[in-house]
Design a protein around this ligand. Structure first.
Ligand code: LMR
Length: 398
């Protein structure tokens, strides 16, 4: 019956974790998946999360959440993305549902797009998080790409980006990374975001923001929402996928939110009901634990400020590791420029290391990373940075 089923190709990111786990070498280093580690290379549960869990303990029943998820968690998520005093929230113009983290939020949106805008396409940046392609493919929304990264400068190809925005048919859907672009670590400046927003307005494009790393770009979630706020000020309707995987370290809890800013309250009610209808046959309703943790933290001023401090702590450790990796490479006398390690931001460094060099890093040095040369800086520690730098130097020197 299933004889024709071939093994699926390995996932370019999660397949790296599988290979890392299977490697018995004591020297092995995982800079593949974007998951934060402390300076001992250990996964972290934030203190604010521990405290929220203490408050939940004993108080939790195991009832279903509504199809659209926790109302409290959604309210807090909207404040985080749209601003504490947002008129759009007051006017109830935002249709929002709890989602299975950022992936689930993107997928719900893609399915919504397919169902209600069947002739639309999605413009996806080159490069992007590999799973974006899978998500819109499985939702059967045709994909186009737009220019984003400039390999020579290892920065933003702003001219190419603007050209592609101008050349796309009016009213196109664009996937934008709200901050800390994955995999490049390259974000537009505030001024560039304003120009992008202006051009979107002229073209009547719809921006869908994937905000998986709010807090990891600048260390401050409020600042990291700047791109979204610019688009809101300019009067766009937007969509937004939020994830608490990285900024609250709730990876396995699958806590996230999908929101769509509508024209008015009535439209928002309809859109939300349809999003719930898409969720119901897939998973009925989202999981309760992570949603409780998120709403307790964001709803309590003391816990929220502890969270903000902890997010900044994670972002700062990563910045420190960028500096250390670059200095180590320079100290080894690498003839190449490694400025981009410290110029890029967020969790990733788009190193420029070729797929063949990555293979050597893995085979000869037990260093695991995606073949596009992305280094998850969150996996770099004071204990492994010298080893990593040495290996990179060995495979990149000519
Ligand atoms: C990543 O890019 O490494 C993360 O978003 C994890 C994932 O699911 O791919």
């Amino acid at each position: 019956l299933f004889g024709h089923v071939e093994p699926a190709p390995k996932d370019p990111i999660l397949g790296v974790t599988e290979a890392f786990l299977a490697d018995p070498s004591p020297d092995k280093v995982n800079v593949g998946v974007g998951a934060y580690r402390d300076d001992n290379g250990k996964p972290v549960v934030l203190e604010c999360v521990r405290e929220a869990e203490r408050r939940i303990a004993g108080n939790l029943n195991m009832e279903y959440l509504p199809m659209g998820g926790s109302i409290k968690m959604i309210e807090e998520s909207l404040k985080l993305a749209y601003g504490e005093d947002s008129d759009f929230i007051k006017d109830k113009r935002i249709a929002a549902v709890q989602a299975l983290s950022g992936t689930g939020a993107c997928r719900l949106f893609a399915d919504f797009q397919r169902r209600f805008l069947p002739n639309s396409q999605i413009y996806i940046p080159t490069p992007t998080w590999s799973n974006h392609h899978n998500i819109w493919r499985d939702a059967q929304v045709p994909q186009r790409t737009f220019t984003y990264y400039h390999p020579e400068s290892r920065g933003l190809d702003f001219a190419g980006l603007m050209d592609d925005i101008k050349n796309a048919p009016n009213g196109s859907f664009f996937l934008l990374h709200a901050c800390a672009h994955n995999p490049t670590g390259v974000d537009p400046t505030e001024e560039q975001w304003r120009e992008i927003s202006y051009q979107f307005k002229i073209k009547n494009h719809f921006p869908f923001f994937d905000m998986a790393y709010q807090g990891f770009a600048s260390g401050d979630p409020e600042r990291d929402a700047k791109a979204i706020r610019i688009f809101l000020e300019d009067g766009h309707q937007i969509g937004c996928a939020q994830s608490y995987a990285k900024n609250m370290g709730l990876y396995g809890q699958r806590a996230g939110c999908l929101s769509i800013l509508c024209e008015d309250e009535m439209q928002a009610v309809s859109v939300k009901s349809q999003l719930q209808q898409i969720a119901r046959p897939m998973y009925s309703n989202p999981p309760v634990h992570g949603a409780l943790v998120v709403s307790i933290i964001l709803n309590d001023p003391e816990l929220k400020s502890l969270w903000l401090k902890e997010v900044k702590g994670m972002a700062d450790r990563i910045i420190g590791m960028r500096k250390a990796l670059r200095e180590n490479l320079e100290g080894l006398g690498s003839p190449l420029s490694w400025d981009h390690i410290t110029n890029q931001i967020g969790m990733f460094c788009y190193s420029g290391i070729t797929p063949e060099q990555v293979d050597r890093l893995t085979n000869e040095y037990h260093i695991y990373m995606t073949r596009n040369g992305r280094i998850s800086m969150a996996g770099v520690t004071t204990g492994n940075v010298a080893y990593l730098a040495n290996a990179i130097h060995e495979v990149t020197k000519t």
